[in-house]
Design a protein around this ligand. Structure first.
Ligand SMILES: *[C@@H]1O[C@H](CO)[C@@H](O)[C@H](O)[C@H]1NC(C)=O
Ligand SMILES: *[C@@H]1O[C@H](CO)[C@@H](O)[C@H](O)[C@H]1NC(C)=O
Ligand SMILES: *[C@@H]1O[C@H](CO)[C@@H](O)[C@H](O)[C@H]1NC(C)=O
Ligand SMILES: *[C@@H]1O[C@H](CO)[C@@H](O)[C@H](O)[C@H]1NC(C)=O
Length: 450
């Protein structure tokens, strides 16, 4: 029997089959390959231009409060700034405190303690050049805290203008590690700037929080040797080696030899790493380092990038080498005076994961002791209270007036990663002035729901 098909060469038949297949395939609904399901998408995300002549822009993701306890127009907004210098706040978003976190199989899982339960949370890739943020040229990347704060102020004001209800909401700026510089830098700039602006053009800043921060490096770099020695991690001979390296870093800082001072601090940390052989100085308990590379892997996915509104040309690194280099000379510069200004004009939370050997508890207490503040003596004499969450030991809280200090047990440098629920309890109680952060300061937090 003769085929009803026109006579075709074998070659053409293959072509036709391919064509039919292609047409059919084209008509099928696109296969969703995204590991970021709809329910995990931010409320909004994208770019906030900070320089209209060059186009440099700050990337953000924003998650509205899941269960707000106030009308949205009064619901606080937390801003999160990652450290580095040069690291992306997508680490905070997808590995620490965001509502969904990347797990070891590079898919997202709900976070048991997201910081956006009762507050909105805004993650900002700061400064330009970090994460998905765009720096039109390397020269435009800020090299000091004042210039970083200036861009942040522009970006945050632009964000607030995106929705009529944002304008009245209290803003709290939070962050970790090198954000021990950015957070005071922004707070200081914003309060001074606000004072020169009409009320309705201000940013409604109500407090700042720093986790495992680098804030007064000259003091902090001097604490590693003794901290490691009394933790039993180095012997007396090694302690002396570390102390000599610390003296070098302190001397260079005093002589304002900024670049060499940063290198000298790195030498201290490298030597400590080498002596202890730990997997990471960020948490002395860990047998493997924090897996921030999972976030980079996740954000390589083209579908995820499209969903987040990332520009095609944005090249993502968890920590940008270019920005790290731009801020190399900033590392050892102290912003302690800015915290002194903030503690007098707003409220300040300093918290540290207990197991961090880089910017931990001892390192923070060393500079807090030296703060110029009329109430510092009283603060240092205040009781350090045992802090419990759901009847379990969570850490310690010391509070006097506008200054709170929290030690988070069972956590390293990335506190929300290690203690999601307790870190959520901490930030909520601090913002809302409840539990040990209330002004009578007696009550433990008994229940997770407010
Ligand atoms: C914008 O970029 C131009 C050119 O680099 C620069 O002169 C100006 O100061 C920048 N403005 C801000 C706010 O950074
Ligand atoms: C990924 O890992 C989580 C636990 O970490 C698990 O609940 C989930 O089912 C895994 N997903 C896939 C696609 O394997
Ligand atoms: C900074 O310190 C290094 C190393 O001690 C030294 O060689 C260099 O001359 C110093 N630079 C300045 C500007 O003092
Ligand atoms: C420490 O440094 C020495 C000398 O460079 C090296 O031989 C040793 O393997 C290092 N130890 C660790 C744990 O990195």
């Amino acid at each position: 029997m003769e085929s009803t098909l026109p006579k075709l060469h074998h070659h053409s038949l293959v072509k036709l089959t391919l064509l039919i297949f292609t047409v059919l395939h084209y008509q099928l609904p696109p296969v969703t390959t995204s590991p970021l399901p709809k329910e995990a998408l931010p409320t909004r995300s994208g770019y906030l231009k900070v320089n209209s002549s060059t186009g440099s822009s700050i990337f953000y993701t924003y998650y509205e409060a899941q269960k707000p306890i106030f009308p949205l127009s009064q619901t606080p907004i937390l801003i999160w700034l990652q450290g580095g210098p040069g690291c992306s706040s997508m680490l905070g978003n997808f590995y620490e405190l965001g509502p969904w976190r990347v797990s070891s199989n590079v898919t997202v899982e709900p976070n048991p303690g997201p910081w956006n339960r009762v507050f909105g949370v805004l993650f900002i890739d700061n400064p330009i050049g970090v994460g998905f943020s765009i720096a039109s040229s390397v020269e435009e990347i800020p090299r000091n805290q004042h210039d970083i704060a200036k861009h942040l102020f522009i970006a945050i004001k632009k964000f607030i203008s995106l929705d009529g209800s944002y304008k009245t909401r209290p803003v709290y700026v939070t962050g970790e590690s090198y954000a021990g510089k950015y957070v005071p830098g922004f707070g200081y700039y914003a309060l001074k700037r606000n004072a020169r602006l009409p009320v309705d053009s201000r940013i409604n800043l109500q407090g700042v929080a720093i986790g495992n921060g680098l804030t007064d490096p000259i003091t902090q770099v001097g604490t590693h040797a003794l901290n490691a020695y009394y933790s039993g991690l180095v012997n007396d001979k090694q302690r002396k080696v570390l102390e000599d390296l610390q003296k070098e870093a302190i001397g260079l800082t005093q002589r304002a030899n900024w670049s060499e001072a940063t290198n000298a601090r790195n030498k201290v940390l490298n030597k400590l790493q080498n002596m202890t052989g730990l997997a990471t100085l960020y948490d002395f308990r860990r047998l493997i380092p924090y897996q921030d590379d999972l976030v980079a892997e996740f954000l390589k996915n083209a579908e995820v990038r499209k969903q987040l509104g990332v520009k095609d040309n944005a090249v993502f690194q968890v920590c940008s080498d270019v920005v790290g280099t731009a801020l190399h000379e900033d590392v050892m510069k102290s912003v302690k005076y800015m915290v002194e200004y903030l503690v007098k004009n707003t409220k300040v939370l300093l918290y540290q994961g207990h197991c961090d050997l880089r910017d931990g508890v001892v390192s923070t207490e060393a500079w807090v002791k030296k703060m110029k503040w009329e109430r510092i003596g009283e603060f240092l004499e205040a009781e350090r209270k045992v802090w419990k969450v759901n009847n379990e030991l969570a850490g310690y809280v010391q509070k006097l007036g506008s200054l709170s200090h929290v030690i988070v047990l069972g956590a390293g440098h990335l506190v929300p990663t290690d203690q999601a629920v307790n870190s959520q309890a901490m930030i909520e109680d601090w913002v809302l002035e409840k539990g040990l952060f209330s002004n009578d300061g007696q009550k433990d937090r008994m229940v997770i729901d407010l």
